[in-house]
Design a protein around this ligand. Structure first.
Ligand code: GDP
Ligand code: MG
Length: 177
């Protein structure tokens, strides 16, 4: 908790979007608290969580916003997107429908944030190898077509979760510094 007292040099608002149950909240809690919750009801009641990272000698506070299930009702408000400089568009690699809908989520982010936002496409749940429905190549191809970064993750076993957030923050920092 020491870190939270440090004065930040940069404050970046980051968004999580994507279909319900793809693992957005668990990616957030894995990154911010190193916790995983197997209970899907556990969407956090707060609007965002913060995490401090360091690049060079600078203190960067990431304010990472999570939905409280509004994505289920297409009820994400403009305020959710306002001021965001980074976004993670998440799909579930074991559910092809969530991948098809990721394209819509990408468009929604760019509509609401103009082009002034860095976005990473994130294929989550790669620990469930036997249930994979979306290939790495499909994910890469979509990301390339929209000019996004791409990464696959597991919030369950932590694969690439740190990388996913810090790579996005680094890209934002590199233009903001
Ligand atoms: P959200 O609705 O997008 O916020 O998704 P949640 O984070 O609530 O996760 C939905 C369900 O998927 C929960 O039961 C989680 O435990 C599970 N889950 C999330 N991430 C992973 C993952 O990387 N691997 C596996 N196996 N399950 C996951
Ligand atoms: Mg959630």
């Amino acid at each position: 908790e020491d870190e939270m007292d440090e004065r930040e040099n940069f404050l970046f608002k980051i968004l999580l979007v994507g279909d319900s149950a793809v693992g957005k909240s668990n990616l957030l809690t894995r990154f911010c608290k190193n916790e995983f919750d197997s209970d899907s009801k556990s969407t956090i009641g707060v609007e965002f969580s913060t995490k401090v990272v360091h690049f060079d000698d600078k203190v960067i506070k990431a304010q990472i916003w999570d939905t409280a299930g509004q994505e289920r009702y297409n009820a994400i408000t403009a305020g959710y997107y306002r001021g965001a400089v980074g976004g993670l568009v998440v799909y579930d690699t074991t559910n092809h429908t969530t991948f098809e809908r990721a394209a819509k989520w990408i468009d929604e982010v760019f509509e609401n944030c103009k082009q002034n936002i860095f976005v990473t496409l994130v294929g989550n749940k790669i620990d469930l190898k036997d249930r994979r429905q979306v290939s790495v190549e499909e994910g890469q191809k979509l990301a390339e077509s929209k000019q996004l970064a791409f990464i696959e993750t597991s919030a369950l076993d932590s694969t690439n979760v740190e990388e996913c957030f810090t790579d996005l923050l680094k890209r934002i920092y590199d233009v903001a510094k």
